[in-house]
Design a protein around this ligand. Structure first.
Ligand code: TRH
Length: 367
């Protein structure tokens, strides 16, 4: 057993911010643990949206105690590391594979997969895939929600920081963003894909208990620009800036209900221990509907059946898997039960392996 000290992470951005968000988070997490980390990204502009201080034109720069490198073509990168992570199936240049196969001991090479709660994930986690041409093995590494997966990424101090985020810290955070929720209103954050029934949601929110819905810049043209506010019936819509990831955590912690999407924001919302609705990344063959079903079944396993039905129906509607209009007022009424449950769910997630630690542990065993 040898401790992996150098780690290279490779990220090819497909679209949006999730791929690069997960890789950046992982790089920062490893660097925090004293590892020598290099993150290779093919689209630094995308990362700049999350970390505005970076220079997207720079070939190499320091960020959050790791090295950030631009990965602009298929030329050999000359990578040597104890642990090599190809995020989401991205392909490494052939010359680097040849180089990796000649190193002794061989680097541990994993393909970090997308997050899914489907039961087959447990059986595929850690399966080796021998390379067809070179004496190399790539291992499938699946994040997940159960003991027999790689778990979810969580910074060592995240839950303590979450716990310390009290009423006063929340008000200071909100007022810094110019947010003053009307008295007695529920605070909601909205991060979703344009395919979500956003107009219908806003329509529902106009009647019932007062709601202030915060929409980060760029999410939908149906919301006001950052800093602007619109009021319609019981709904106050407020545009907020696209925040840096640690600030976005604070936003999730501050809201009574968070609409999240893709992968990384959904994980953060679960660590936030607040009620959440997840819009999965829409896939052409409706694979997202299967993923949604698997997650909902697991997530609401121990939830009060009435609440589970209200939340489940809303969640299916939000993901395009149900036509019937869900019960917005019912969902608002269920928030106190959902809040208590979200905390129990956070605790459950905290008891399974943590993704970065599982990757290190696996690399240790293989080496
Ligand atoms: O941007 P996404 O839609 O990314 C998606 C998913 O990862 C999906 O699985 C993948 O296949 C696709 O990309 C290519 O949603 P996600 O995963 O939530 O990533 C958004 C990131 O942006 C996340 O790290 C949170 C961060 N964020 C901020 O830092 N500030 C903000 O204000 C907001 C709204 C998000």
């Amino acid at each position: 057993m040898r401790e992996p000290r150098t780690i290279a992470i490779f990220c090819q951005v497909l679209d949006n911010y999730g791929d690069v968000g997960v890789c950046w988070r992982l790089a920062r997490r490893f660097a925090h643990d004293g590892k020598n980390v290099t993150l290779w990204v093919d689209d630094l502009k995308r990362l700049q949206r999350l970390r505005p201080s970076i220079n997207p034109g720079s070939a190499e720069q320091a960020l959050d105690h790791f090295t950030l490198r631009s990965w602009s073509d298929a030329a050999p990168l000359g990578v040597v590391a104890d642990l090599i992570i190809s995020a989401f199936g991205c392909r490494l240049p052939e010359a680097d594979l040849i180089r990796m196969s000649a190193v002794t001991p061989a680097p541990v090479w994993v393909n970090l997969e997308y997050l899914s709660a489907e039961p087959w994930v447990e059986g595929s986690h850690l399966l080796p895939s021998p390379h067809p041409r070179w004496p190399l093995r790539e291992y499938f590494f699946f994040p997940g929600f159960t003991q027999r997966t790689g778990g979810l990424l969580c910074e060592p101090d995240l839950l303590a920081r979450r716990k310390a985020f009290d009423v006063d810290t929340r008000s200071r955070f909100l007022s810094r963003l110019g947010i003053q929720p009307p008295t007695g209103s529920k605070l909601v954050s909205l991060f979703c894909y344009p395919s979500a029934p956003i107009a219908s949601l806003f329509h529902m929110m106009q009647s019932g208990a007062p709601v202030m819905c915060l929409v980060p810049e760029g999410v939908t043209a149906l919301a006001p620009a950052a800093g602007e506010t619109w009021s319609r019936g019981a709904l106050t819509l407020k545009g907020v800036p696209f925040l840096e990831p640690d600030e976005y955590d604070h936003l999730l912690w501050s809201c009574d209900l968070n609409f999240v999407r893709g992968e990384d924001s959904a994980v953060r919302a679960q660590w936030a221990a607040q009620p959440m609705l997840w819009q999965l990344y829409p896939q052409a063959d409706d694979a997202h509907a299967v993923k949604l079903q698997a997650f909902s079944a697991l997530y609401s396993e121990s939830l009060d059946p009435h609440c589970a039905s209200t939340w489940g129906s809303f969640s299916r509607w939000w993901n395009g898997s149900q036509h019937a209009t869900p019960d917005w007022r019912g969902l608002l009424n269920a928030l106190p039960v959902l809040k208590a449950y979200s905390y129990a769910w956070q605790q459950r997630l905290a008891s399974i392996p943590e993704l970065a630690s599982s990757l290190i542990e696996f690399a240790r065993q293989i080496r």
